[in-house]
Write a new protein. Structure first.
Length: 118
C-alpha cells in the first residue's frame, strides 16, 4: 500500500496550491479519503473528508470556503485545492484512506509541507 502526496511548497498569503495524493495497493473506490494537517507543536487536524461515494463532509470552519477535496477513482487519486491561503495554514499535510466498511483499517501518506509566508 502506498499513498504519495505531492504539490506542497512555499506560497505567499492569498495564493493557491493543489495537493495530490496518488495511491496504490488497495481498492481506492472502497475507501473514504481525507486530508489532515499538523503544524509544529499542534495536534493533527482533519481539514477535508470525502466519502467513497464522492459525498463531502462539512469542512471545519478554519478552511471552509477556501479548501475543496475531490477524488478521481479512475486515477486512484485524491486532491486538495487550497485557495486564499493564510500563514496559519502552514503545516505538513497528510493523506488518509479509511476502508468504508471498517474505519479501523486505514493508511497514511508520508506528508507534504505547505508553508504560507511572504
Amino acid at each position: 500500500v502506498q499513498l504519495v502526496e505531492s504539490g506542497g511548497g512555499l506560497v505567499q498569503p492569498g495564493g493557491s496550491l493543489r495537493l495530490s495524493c496518488v495511491t496504490s495497493g488497495f481498492t481506492f473506490s472502497s475507501y473514504h479519503m481525507s486530508w489532515y494537517r499538523q503544524a509544529p507543536g499542534k495536534e493533527r487536524e482533519l481539514v477535508a473528508f470525502i466519502f467513497s461515494t464522492g459525498v463531502r463532509r462539512n469542512y471545519p470552519d478554519s478552511v471552509k470556503g477556501r479548501f475543496t477535496i475531490s477524488r478521481d477513482n479512475a486515477k486512484s487519486t485524491v486532491y486538495l485545492q487550497m485557495n486564499s491561503l493564510k500563514p496559519e495554514d502552514t503545516a505538513v499535510y497528510y493523506c488518509n484512506a479509511k476502508l468504508a466498511i471498517d474505519w479501523s483499517r486505514d493508511y497514511w501518506g508520508q506528508g507534504t509541507q505547505v508553508t504560507v509566508s511572504s
